[in-house]
Design a protein. Structure first.
Lengths: 101, 241
């Protein structure tokens, strides 16, 4: 392994561990989720360095993208946003019609 | 570091870190002990690649040699989506928006990004034959495009009604299951594609898998999302309207 590759791998390991520690120790949830998304992207880098590009693609899209979006939603929920909304299809009781999905 | 750990004392945390460090060292020792030039199954895959119908070894393993695993994966994903959708209490697909109409910057970026994402998804699906790519990658990019659309205040398109959503969630698994079972009716084993048809079958399966995965991810996201209140700046009480 050349020096450049070794240096890059070492830097990647340090960044991964540091991001993980910061993600878990951060008090503000929003910042923690953003760090988690960044961690997902660096894990995708790690997969590329391990010669697994398919896994890297999936990790970037799902781990950083979808999971990050879902976690951001959770943070929004936890901030006290209540459920309802204004929709033309609500019935007279003021509740939305039962899930018709 | 800020304290978000609640009631654990400093010594408890240090003890946990110590135990985890020992576990890490055991695992690291095992990883480092793997010889550099181990080949494993790779020679077998490479020698049978011509029979599998594709040129990329990863796709060959996922869709052909270990197709059973992928079939079960899609089944599990479908079950998870059904579970999430059935738990969404106040979700009605008829609601028009999942987020307020986007500000101009987000609207512009969505208009640029979403067609590009759909194109990238199609490319990843097609490239999965020869290069890294395939159904899961393409499907997750498609799901990301759908999530971006939902988050930027676009209304539900008219063709997306309940039955269409259900059909598109189910079609991936159904097509894969059909392709897996039909060889049994012809006297072969489960998932034993006829060699001449293997390439076509894989492409067809992957296409419907991509569509399905995209819709599953989007509906899981939307079902978990908090529908917006009129004013996002302050929380809205459940009874007021």
């Amino acid at each position: 392994m050349s020096t450049w590759e070794f240096a890059f791998d070492a830097w990647l390991v340090v960044v991964l561990v540091w991001l993980a520690i910061r993600t878990l120790s951060e008090a503000r949830l929003f910042k923690s989720v953003v760090l988690f998304i960044a961690l997902g992207l660096f894990v995708a880098f790690a997969w590329v360095r391990l010669d697994a590009p398919d896994v890297a693609l999936t990790e970037a899209a799902l781990g950083a993208g979808i999971t990050g979006a879902l976690l951001l939603d959770t943070v929004g929920h936890l901030r006290g946003r209540k459920v309802p909304y204004s929709s033309a299809e609500r019935d007279s009781q003021g509740k939305a019609s039962a899930s018709d999905v | 570091m800020s304290d978000i750990t609640g009631n654990t004392t400093r010594w408890q945390r240090l003890a946990i870190i110590f135990i985890l460090a020992i576990v890490f060292m055991i695992i690291a020792r095992g990883v480092v002990a793997i010889p550099e030039d181990i080949l494993g199954v790779a020679p077998h895959i490479t020698s049978n690649l011509a029979v599998s119908g594709v040129l990329n070894p990863v796709t060959a393993v996922l869709l052909n040699f270990r197709g059973y695993d992928t079939l079960l994966e899609i089944g599990v994903l479908m079950l998870a989506t059904i579970g999430v959708l059935s738990l969404a209490k106040n979700l009605s697909l008829a609601q028009m928006r999942f987020s307020p109409p986007a500000d101009p910057v987000l609207a512009l970026m969505t208009r640029i990004s979403v067609p590009l994402l759909v194109l990238i998804s199609g490319y990843l699906l097609w490239a999965g034959e020869k290069a890294p790519g395939g159904a899961f990658q393409a499907g997750s990019v498609l799901g990301a495009a759908g999530v971006l659309l939902a988050l930027s205040g676009h209304t539900r398109p008219a063709w997306l009604n309940v039955s269409m959503l259900r059909a598109s969630i189910a079609v991936g698994f159904v097509v894969f299951l059909a392709a897996a079972v039909v060889p049994m009716l012809l006297g072969k084993n489960l998932l034993e594609y006829p060699v001449a048809l293997a390439k076509t079958l894989i492409i067809v399966i992957e296409t419907w898998l991509t569509l399905s995965i995209g819709f599953m991810l989007v509906s899981m996201f939307i079902a978990s999302a908090a529908p917006i209140s009129r004013d996002l700046e302050e929380p809205v009480d459940a009874e007021s309207d």
